[in-house]
Design a protein around this ligand. Structure first.
Ligand SMILES: [Zn+2]
Length: 171
């Protein structure tokens, strides 16, 4: 038996690892009924140590990030959830094809200013890749301009400035 804590309701559970099917990625919490993400890591200890085979269960981060537009004189606060796949982000306009349209008076923000691609990792979590979408005024990422074609992996609390507007990424 192994101990697991539900990331949703924080109940402590005892799990019989022998009953978990191979390749399982989540199971339902008996208390709150939400899915508990897991990855099974098998470690075969040598027979000499006297230990039996042990299984480690590590909860994975399964949610995708959010993008918060910080309020200023041109823009009110806006919060956008990110989804798997490619998202174009820019200033709201009739001529925009952006998936996330920011309502703003900041004309130095392009209509399709940045691109964030959310990809699922083999072990189950998500990674967020930011790049500038050939914008006129470029993109500042944590105070450095992104080069043409440069792609960065976003981390919690990263700051992105498009035009004069500040965005914050949160995991
Ligand atoms: Zn639970």
């Amino acid at each position: 038996m192994i101990s697991v804590r539900c990331p949703h309701c924080h109940v402590g559970l005892k799990v019989d690892e022998g009953k978990l099917p191979p390749g399982i990625q989540s199971f339902k919490c008996p208390k709150c009924k939400k899915a508990i993400p897991i990855s099974l890591v098998f470690a075969n200890k040598s027979a000499a140590s006297g230990s039996s085979e042990t299984t480690l269960i590590q909860p994975l981060k399964t949610s995708m990030g959010t993008l918060t537009v910080l309020p200023d004189e041109n823009t009110r606060e806006q919060i956008f959830p990110l989804y798997e796949g490619v998202t174009l982000i820019g200033r709201q306009s009739a001529a925009s094809n952006a998936t996330i349209s920011i309502v703003t008076a900041d004309k130095s923000m392009s209509r399709e200013h940045i691109r964030i691609e959310v990809k699922k990792e083999a072990k189950g979590g998500y990674k967020h890749y930011l790049s500038d979408n050939n914008s006129k005024n470029h993109t500042l990422y944590n105070s450095s301009f992104l080069e043409k074609g440069e792609v960065v992996v976003l981390n919690n609390n990263d700051e992105i400035i498009i035009g004069r507007t500040v965005l914050r990424f949160n995991e």
